[in-house]
Design a protein around this ligand. Structure first.
Ligand SMILES: Cc1cc2nc3c(=O)[nH]c(=O)nc-3n(C[C@H](O)[C@H](O)[C@H](O)COP(=O)(O)OP(=O)(O)OC[C@H]3O[C@@H](n4cnc5c(N)ncnc54)[C@H](O)[C@@H]3O)c2cc1C
Length: 423
């Protein structure tokens, strides 16, 4: 596209979408498909932040969002920093307490049950919403349809997990198989030692380069007439009856703006006067050379490490780190992951000099925020996808686009409504 034609297109924009991660790019595509002229703005290239560094699973099985542990033994285990699944910065805790207290509150069984019902109603569409985008963007080469493995080292933990998996699978119509030690070893010849067993979730699709998937979706958006420009979302301001943002191609104005900034949504929404229970769970990954790649992603569940086969090498991703979003990296979980994963597969050299760090954009009630901003005309919120943003981006984008066009929605939007926080 020539600069002149790009400039004239930015002048005819109906909607500015801020943030070109999986959520923003999916939003841009969903609105474009309904005939809106969309300008997508990011300070970086599409799909280079959180949406780049995840484990690449389109988690059809993730009907239960991660709850705050309620059992005291589990809380004490985390507090004592035993285990590798959770880490925290002590100095960050005082400022995190309000959001974490709400997270704990929302995780009580009587409140968590309805959250699961709402979440499951959305998650069930994740593959159907990705599938046409994968096809239209020519990203089939990045996708495998053979599920992932939730593996256990100890028989006691495996036994409980197998029972739970059966119950969840029956309730939510999920395909799964329970693999004993021998079946797991046969299915994953790259494993160096026998494990107790695994639950094989068979519905999920996996992505061998999630950042590239987002880049292909974004290229599709541009091919179909959308405009992507570099710009700083923090410059968003209300002007007349609409919104203006400063970009490398000059000011872009439109009647509507969508904030899809993932973990950075906290800053802009606070500037606009909203108090939302947002926090981040940071996570790390690093790629390694391996002689034999696992066939599919494998979670070493008791250690909170995921071994994900990627184009760049075997990606070891870590669990949650409770810390300030912008505090310096403390990749202790990543270092332990390297040691622990070396028991499981024959790990070669790391590909990068140091681990990548990202931040899962979390909301205290475990549900993304999707819909009209309560106090600003023409402003829309679309963020807070936590552990499942790659999974849910296209599904919540469809919901947002249906709300935008005041159409009947394909899932109940109430659990995701930004007004639920009383702003
Ligand atoms: C280790 C790890 C493993 C994960 N594994 C999975 C998984 O297997 N499956 C799954 O579904 N999810 C997974 N997730 C979660 C998932 O990655 C996130 O939920 C998702 O990427 C969030 O997408 P997003 O578009 O909201 O945010 P992002 O991808 O972070 O996009 C936000 C965009 O906003 C831009 N931006 C920020 N500030 C500005 C500004 N001032 N001006 C302009 N642009 C700005 C950024 O450049 C970025 O492109 C994982 C996350 C981590 C950390």
């Amino acid at each position: 596209m020539t600069d002149a034609s790009k400039l004239s297109r930015t002048r005819q924009t109906d909607v500015i979408v801020l943030g070109a991660g999986i959520v923003g790019v999916s939003t841009a595509l969903a609105l474009q498909q309904r005939g809106h002229a969309v300008c997508l703005v990011d300070r970086n290239a599409p799909g280079r932040e959180t949406s780049y560094g995840n484990a690449g699973i389109i988690q059809r099985e993730a009907v239960q969002p991660y709850a705050f542990p309620r059992a005291w033994q589990a809380i004490l285990r985390v507090a004592a920093r035993r285990g590798n699944d959770v880490h925290y910065h002590l100095r960050a805790l005082p400022s995190l307490v309000p959001a974490l207290a709400r997270y704990w509150h929302a995780s009580a069984p009587q409140r968590y049950g309805p959250i699961v019902t709402a979440y499951a109603a959305l998650i069930r569409h994740c593959i159907d919403e990705h599938a046409p985008l994968i096809e239209r963007s020519g990203a089939q080469d990045l996708i495998r349809k053979s599920g992932w493995l939730e593996a256990y080292r100890t028989p006691a933990a495996f036994e409980i997990a197998a029972k739970d998996a059966k119950e969840v699978a029956t309730t939510h119509e999920l395909r799964h198989a329970v693999l004993d030690s021998a079946a797991l070893a046969a299915q994953e010849p790259a494993l160096r030692q026998p494990l107790a067993g695994a639950v094989h979730w068979q519905d999920p699709w996996t992505v061998s380069d999630p950042g590239e998937l987002v880049a292909r979706y974004s290229a599709l958006f541009e091919r179909e007439g959308g405009v992507f420009v570099r710009g700083d979302a923090e410059t968003l301001r209300q002007q007349g009856s609409g919104w203006t943002v400063r970009t490398a191609d000059g000011d872009v104005s439109a009647e509507h703006a969508v904030i899809a900034l993932g973990p950075w949504a906290a800053g802009l929404t606070r500037t606009l006067g909203y108090r939302l229970p947002l926090f981040v769970k940071r996570g790390y990954h690093r790629h390694y050379e391996v002689a034999a790649m696992p066939e599919r992603p494998l979670l070493d569940t008791e250690n909170g490490i995921l071994l994900a086969p990627m184009r760049q090498g075997l990606r070891l991703t870590t669990g949650a780190e409770f810390a300030h979003h912008h505090a310096a990296p403390t990749p202790v979980q990543s270092e332990r992951a390297e040691m622990l994963a070396a028991d499981l597969v024959s790990l070669g050299k790391p590909v990068e000099a140091k681990p990548w760090m990202g931040a899962r954009p979390c909301i205290a009630d475990m549900r993304p925020v999707v819909g009209r901003a309560p106090r600003h005309a023409g402003l829309w919120f679309h963020f807070g996808h936590g552990h499942q943003g790659l999974t849910l981006g296209p599904a919540t984008a469809r919901l947002l686009a249906e709300l935008f066009d005041r159409e009947p929605t394909y899932v109940d939007p109430t659990p995701y409504d930004p007004r639920r926080f009383g702003n």
